[in-house]
Design a protein around this ligand. Structure first.
Ligand SMILES: C[S@@+](CC[C@H](N)C(=O)[O-])C[C@H]1O[C@@H](n2cnc3c(N)ncnc32)[C@H](O)[C@@H]1O
Length: 267
């Protein structure tokens, strides 16, 4: 069902170090805490149980624990280096009582039915090709009345990727299984989620990505090279340059997603 292998991590220690320079400590996706808060806007997490699906190195999980006050938040990821980094960060922040991190191979989520009030995810579902299966599983682990709130990297259409998109995907070299908003919404609704919504963040990220590339080539260059070496940074400058083209055409479409599991109160 899912391509990412637990044996050969795509987000290894070098990726974690590089992305910390660019996006902030423990963040493997753009936008920082402000973008996380935007994904969660209007949702009261206090006293709730939360799953951070595809939590990466845990920066976002800890931000949610620190500022949104869930009773418990579980970070889940399929790769071990990110989970180990997340556990170290949680220990250092003395958050280990309310925050836990679980790693398991891709497949059915290792949680009982109805475990969480909120399933949150930031830019991780792009790695899951079978959108229908992952949304069935998200629906399963949500409590009745629970909320799914996410950001993800979508493609702007259901056709074949353009030559520019193929160049970008090759430069990125990650196991992306991009799908359109129509496909996501249909998978969410088919799983049983109601009030399913998608909000494009393309306009926001196309400007942010341009600034990221400029910072990588300018003020951040020395720190990034010190973290991971020159060839790694040159490769990523090529990736960002390719990404900018498909952001500017709208084919690469970061998107916020929402849906609800019908039923009783999530509290
Ligand atoms: C771009 S990173 C985002 C990490 C984190 N959410 C963040 O924003 O900092 C994508 C994450 O998804 C994870 N991932 C890939 N396939 C997954 C799957 N099938 N289930 C859960 N997580 C997965 C990767 O290991 C990686 O940590």
């Amino acid at each position: 069902m899912i391509e990412t292998s637990a044996k050969e991590p795509e987000y290894d220690d070098a990726a974690i170090r590089f992305l910390a320079v660019l996006w902030g400590e423990g963040y493997l996706s753009p936008g920082g805490p402000e973008e996380v808060d935007r994904v969660l806007a209007g949702i009261d997490l206090s006293g709730k149980t939360v799953l951070d699906l595809g939590c990466g190195a845990g920066g976002i999980t800890l931000h949610i624990a620190r500022t949104h006050h869930p009773v418990e938040i579980t970070g889940f990821d399929v790769e071990l280096p990110v989970i180990e980094a997340a556990r170290r960060a949680a220990d250092a922040a003395c958050f280990s009582d309310r925050v836990s991190f679980i790693q398991a191979v891709p497949g059915k989520l290792p949680f009982a039915d109805g475990s969480f009030d909120i399933v949150f995810s930031k830019d991780a579902l792009v790695h899951v090709a079978d959108k229908e299966a992952i949304f069935r599983d998200i629906f399963r682990v949500l409590k009745p009345g629970g909320v799914f709130a996410a950001s993800d990297w979508l493609i702007g259409h259901d056709g074949e990727p353009s030559a520019e998109m193929r160049d970008y995907l090759a430069a990125e070299g990650l196991s992306f299984g991009m799908a359109s908003a129509a496909r996501y919404l249909s998978a969410m609704r088919a799983a049983g989620l109601v009030n399913a919504k998608a909000e494009s963040r393309n306009v926001w990220y196309r400007d942010v990505a341009r600034q990221e590339l400029a910072r990588l080539q300018g003020p951040l260059h020395a720190a990034a090279v010190a973290a991971v070496g020159e060839p790694y940074i040159e490769k990523n400058i090529r990736t960002w340059t390719a990404m900018q083209k498909v952001l500017d055409t709208g084919e690469h479409c970061p998107t916020h997603l929402r849906g609800e599991k019908p039923g009783g109160s999530a509290s």
